[in-house]
Design a protein around this ligand. Structure first.
Ligand SMILES: [Zn+2]
Length: 351
């Protein structure tokens, strides 16, 4: 038998060391020396939470460490108390957890979203949570963090996924509004992040009229406004028979779930729109009865995923959820060790 080459052995030792610092457990990614989980899907004693989407931020943990905005969002969604105790992590602040250094860095996904850098014994692993690289006026831009191991999502981890510029998509919506002044444009957008981003994009593209929002978006939109993100005038999208025609020519934003209960049909001759990265797939838009698909994603597309991996300089990449295979293959072809973590329970609430 051939002896294993030195570099092969080194790579193996390296991988073992990294997986001793963080590895998947049924509850989520676990750090044994720091005794904490990142984005656990089940209640645990100590959770570090990357962002407020419900698949990452769950209630019932003993202690939660997250950015102040993420803690606020969890409080708004779950009520108080949603955990035994909470601690706010400022971006860039080093926090010691039983000898493990953790630091939160912006992820550009939704308000308050962060990547979490975990450092121990000269090794740095960055768990990026969900992230994107397109500019978004509703949250702080992603910041690449140099690391040894980069943990990435792969929601849109196929070369077919290339998100168009968000302004182009917004202009398409505005052109349709101008073209059909008697009809209501009813836009499906997730309640945390996507809805506020769509509204802000409309403002940035010059749309100044009131925007009507479904009740499910009120609390979070008000929270965004309280954090200095100007969304302009928002009005409740409550339809009485008497004022149905007030919505002619209006833009109404609601969560995708509202479309299932025929909510959108209350508006005059509605044009059904949906803001999602999945709208790249025509079939998906058609099946959902979406007349005006808007390709607006809060996740990295293929180019953003691969560019980000390069920028971190990581020698190894772990892929958490999404379409892992193509991204793992791309890493291998580019001389970067990679493996899927097969984490379950993350359902892209935000896209
Ligand atoms: Zn998310």
């Amino acid at each position: 038998m051939q002896p294993a080459s030195t570099s092969h052995v080194n790579a193996y030792v390296w991988m073992m060391r990294a997986s001793e610092l963080l590895h998947p457990r049924p509850e989520g990614l676990y750090c044994p020396p720091g005794d904490f989980f990142i984005d656990p899907i089940r209640p645990v004693d100590r959770a570090l939470v990357t962002h407020g989407h419900s698949d990452h931020a769950r209630s019932g943990h003993g202690a939660v460490l997250a950015t102040k905005e993420t803690l606020d969002i969890m409080r708004l969604r779950y009520g108080d108390p949603f955990a035994g105790s909470t601690q706010a992590a400022a971006l860039g602040e080093s926090i010691d957890l039983d000898g493990v250094k953790v630091t939160f860095h912006p992820a550009g996904h939704v308000l308050g979203s962060a990547q979490i850098a975990v450092e121990h014994g000269g090794l740095r692993i960055v768990a990026s949570g969900d992230y994107k690289r397109q500019a978004d006026a509703t949250c702080i831009a992603f910041e690449p963090v140099p690391c040894d191991v980069f943990i990435t999502e792969a929601t849109f981890g196929l070369p077919v996924f290339r998100h168009p510029p968000d302004r182009e998509e917004t202009e398409r919506l505005l052109r349709s509004v101008a073209q059909f002044p008697q009809r209501a444009h009813v836009v499906g957008a997730y309640a945390l992040g996507k809805a506020q981003r769509v509204i802000r994009l409309l403002r940035d593209c010059g749309y100044e009229k009131p925007i009507y929002i479904h009740g499910a978006l009120e609390t979070l939109s008000a929270y965004y406004q309280s954090q200095g993100i100007d969304l302009g005038e928002l009005r409740p999208a409550t339809v009485d028979k008497a004022d149905r025609n007030d919505f002619a020519g209006a833009i109404v934003v609601g969560p995708p779930t509202a479309f299932a209960d025929r909510w959108a049909r209350r508006f005059p001759d509605p044009i059904s729109c949906f803001a999602s990265g999945w709208m790249r797939i025509r079939q998906r838009a058609k099946q959902g009865g979406v007349e005006l698909p808007l390709i607006l994603s809060d996740h990295a597309d293929w180019d953003e995923l691969t560019d980000t991996i390069r920028e971190t300089g990581a020698g190894e990449v772990w892929v958490t959820h999404g379409r892992e295979e193509a991204l793992v293959r791309w890493c291998e072809l580019n001389g970067i060790a990679a493996r899927p973590l097969h984490l379950v329970g993350y359902e892209d609430e935000g896209d």
